[in-house]
Design a protein around this ligand. Structure first.
Ligand code: SF4
Length: 190
């Protein structure tokens, strides 16, 4: 139990360094106690990249799903395999790596009820504006981000968002990966 509490505390603390794509997944999971396959993969591999071990990952997902309608037995039957698979313990035993921005932007477009994908690419422009507003960006900052979105420069839009939310003038680090976003953010925030 201690382990579960400290893990969820650590994660709650870490979310301030999550890029928008992972925040969406984090909050959807926390609110609905479930994520569909695409979301479990995208978020699960990101967490693996943060250093979550297989055992920690199983505990994390099992606990979160149990808060909804999926009890541990159902979890074991329907979900644990996929998590072990992502850690290379089942099937072809490929040790999967976390998805890059390109992969998230270009493949597996989310449908209704999905929370994976890249918000700068896959979220409707009005909704995206609202989200940026809720993260306290000013209208001029939002316009700058949306200019990049309009030009289909999603990673640059995300990078601008990073600069505004971390109060750095030119934080260009050539964003290409959500885990890189996390690490760059931790350097500034911790
Ligand atoms: Fe996530 Fe990359 Fe999209 Fe940023 S650009 S929200 S890190 S997928």
């Amino acid at each position: 139990n201690d382990f579960r509490t400290s893990l969820s505390r650590a994660l709650a603390l870490a979310t301030r360094s999550f890029p928008l794509c992972m925040r969406s997944l984090h909050y959807a999971l926390r609110d609905q106690h479930h994520l569909r396959h695409g979301g479990r993969l995208q978020y699960g591999l990101f967490l693996k990249g943060l250093g979550l071990s297989l055992e920690q990952a199983l505990t994390f997902w099992r606990t979160e799903f149990a808060r909804g309608s999926i009890d541990p037995e159902k979890f074991e039957k329907g979900y644990a395999y996929n998590i072990r698979h992502a850690y290379g313990k089942e099937g072809k035993r490929t040790d999967y790596t976390p998805y890059s921005c390109m992969k998230i932007i270009q493949t597996n477009t989310p449908g209704p009820g999905d929370h994976h994908g890249c918000p700068f690419r896959h979220t409707d422009a009005d909704l995206l504006r609202q989200r940026l507003q809720s993260h306290r960006l000013s209208s001029s900052e939002i316009n700058q981000v949306m200019e990049y979105v309009k030009g289909m420069h999603y990673q640059l839009a995300c990078q601008k968002y990073f600069e505004f939310t971390h109060k750095v003038e030119d934080g260009a680090f050539g964003l290409s990966h959500p885990n890189q976003y996390f690490e760059e953010s931790q350097k500034l925030l911790s």
